[in-house]
Design a protein around this ligand. Sequence first.
Ligand code: NAP
Length: 494
Amino acid sequence: MVEHVQVLIVGSGFGGLGTAIALKRDGVDDFVVLERADDLGGTWRDNSYPGCACDVPSHLYSFSFAPNPNWSRTFSRQPEIWAYLRDCADRYGIAPHIRFGTELLGADWDDERRRWVARTSRGEFTADVLVAATGPLAEPSLPDLPGLSTFAGTAFHSARWDHGYDLTGKRVAVIGTGASAIQFVPQIAGRVARLDVYQRTPPWIMPRRDRPLTRVERRVYRAVPALQRLMRAAIYAGREAFLPNFRSVRVSHLAQRIALRHLRSQVPDPDLRAKLTPNYAMGCKRILVSNDYLPALTRDNVHVVTDPIAEVRRHSIVTADGTEREADAIVFGTGFHVTDLPIAERLRGRDGRSLAEIWQGSPQAYLGVAVAGFPNLFLLLGPNTGLGHTSVVIMIEAQIGYLRRALRHLRATGAATVEPRPDAQRDFVRYVDENMRGTVWTAGGCRSWYLDPTGRNSALWPRSTWAYRRLLRRFRPDDHEFSLRAQPKAEVPV
Ligand code: NAP
């Protein structure tokens, strides 16, 4: 049986849940959330590695309409953020709408019937509107290392942590030194026999200003919610004030000095320090915050390996200089498929081509949310809406606001479909590219996951979140194309 819904949402992380809550608040109840896993939470469900935490303060890394006065720390850890999302789903009655264990396999736009036809692992759906809230950090990326398939030990990615495997007393190889690795390396360094950290590029690391929130603070926030809103606003402004560091390579030198001081104070050995000193502008890759990663690397049982990996053997890893290091386990902290999102291959627009075929490796969307030729499709955290300096929940909420205004416009005009005009999409992409010029992301001298295979930064938003919110605040009918309903009597307009 084919089930028809007004809105089909894919994913139940911050984006999917936020959309579901917004629909509920607008009185729309005819929606389903597809979730391939057996619990909600997106990246905050999947990333359960030891030490997983957010590097944006929780007062800001939460929905603006659902503040949580009970955060236990300034920078919350994964279990608490995951619990927050589950609590939001309960509070707003979203759970009954979620179909767990249901993966979207493909969705095609049916132009005759003006609807999406979605194939899932548990049957078919049709929907007036499709919201892809699958997130840019959902698909683990594993390096294509020669011999990896012959490795006889245990190997897993940080986003699929094998909690059934005890690392205690083992010889462990960690590949990658990004945001995830710097959080779990200090957690495991003390209990493994030997830890080889394979570093391709040293990250910039700033001090982490984390502390427990006191009982008094929490009581005050519960009693006077306005104070928490004020704190959120202050954190928001402080984070935006950091943006100039990204806009110009010259300005980023100021922040670099703080990070270099942090490195000097935590790593006394000049040889190790040299290995850990980045040779590109700060911000070019994601800036990391940690107080315990660098000290963990100074332990006697921890070795930072900078020679490239040449080969993996049954029980070891061999580097380009010929050195062979034995390993019982390999943990990949090697990031995610970001610009080659698998979901892009699964969505096909009016002319039958997939997003991936149209994008050709360089994702583009109007406001990062909608794509010409893909009617009634809304992307959350789509191309060019990631951030390097503050909470992506701000972007998600702005995008949900745009979605609501678009749906309201359809209701008001009786139109059945909305999509951006190709020229409006091109103008937006040009605006983004112009604003990207000269920033650390393009002129910082590094290769990062922000850059797609064409060398374009299609991951990040280059300006302030205020500027982004301003752009999305108003729905611009002139930027869009609309079409009327094919079978006006048979259906209820969205
Ligand atoms: P990542 O930042 O992309 O880091 C991947 C690491 O793996 C890099 O050090 C990279 O080296 C290395 N690597 C990739 N392929 C490799 C290969 N073939 N051989 C050797 N090394 C390889 O991934 P992540 O640490 O999982 O973080 C991804 C994103 O998740 C972050 O940027 C952040 O947005 C988010 N995150 C956020 C938090 C948070 O606190 N909010 C925590 C964790 C993650 P190169 O640098 O040389 O490419």
